[in-house]
Ligand binder design. Structure first.
Ligand SMILES: CC(C)(COP(=O)(O)OP(=O)(O)OC[C@H]1O[C@@H](n2cnc3c(N)ncnc32)[C@H](O)[C@@H]1OP(=O)(O)O)[C@@H](O)C(=O)NCCC(=O)NCCS
Length: 153
């Protein structure tokens, strides 16, 4: 029988200060910097859940709603919202804080699919996800719809 874990056992909240070397030619933070951090945060969630090495199968569309500036503190709030047999969908909320004014702006919501793999890079089974709250149920259902949408191509 498969082991079971809650989303709270793998969720992560972390922050990163944006430095001058993170900037693009316009002086805002380079989109690639944020994408790399999104992938890292998703990796942490996936490894915590699966206790296994994981690879990125997909990153859902990432909309950059507003620029992030050098000197801002970027917050990542990530949690697993759906688990298949070997794959896990992670939702990541991203916001940027102006550290002087403490004003926080929401900049992105992003979904990453990670797959747990064994030493031969073959997908391996992961624990089931315990869906506890109404919010967990809603996020699970949304993830199923998102997967069906992507399957249709
Ligand atoms: C991801 C990968 C391990 C899947 O291997 P595979 O042989 O295609 O395995 P399967 O078809 O059995 O899929 C395994 C799981 O991944 C999921 N999956 C595969 N591709 C996916 C995609 N594009 N989006 C969402 N889920 C995907 C499947 O739905 C399945 O999930 P489930 O077991 O929970 O039902 C393989 O494609 C791979 O190694 N890709 C490269 C990963 C990588 O290098 N990423 C970094 C890129 S720089």
């Amino acid at each position: 029988m498969r082991n079971k874990k809650t989303t709270r056992e793998s969720e992560i909240k972390t922050s990163k200060l944006m430095m001058p070397n993170d900037a693009n030619f316009a002086g805002h933070v380079h989109g690639g910097v944020i994408l790399e951090l999104i992938d890292q945060v998703a990796y942490i969630c996936a490894v915590r859940h699966s206790e296994s090495y994981c690879v990125t199968a997909a990153i859902d569309r990432v909309d950059f709603k507003m620029p992030i500036n050098v000197g801002e503190l970027v917050h990542f709030d990530a949690r697993i919202i759906y688990v298949g047999r070997t794959s896990m969908d992670i939702k990541i909320e991203i916001s940027a804080e102006d550290m002087k004014t403490k004003k926080i702006k929401h900049t992105n919501t992003c979904y990453v699919t990670k797959v747990a793999v064994d030493e031969s890079m073959n997908p391996r089974e992961v624990p089931e996800l315990v869906v506890e709250t109404e919010e967990d149920k809603k996020l699970w259902q949304d993830a199923v719809k998102r997967r069906e949408f992507h399957k249709q191509g």
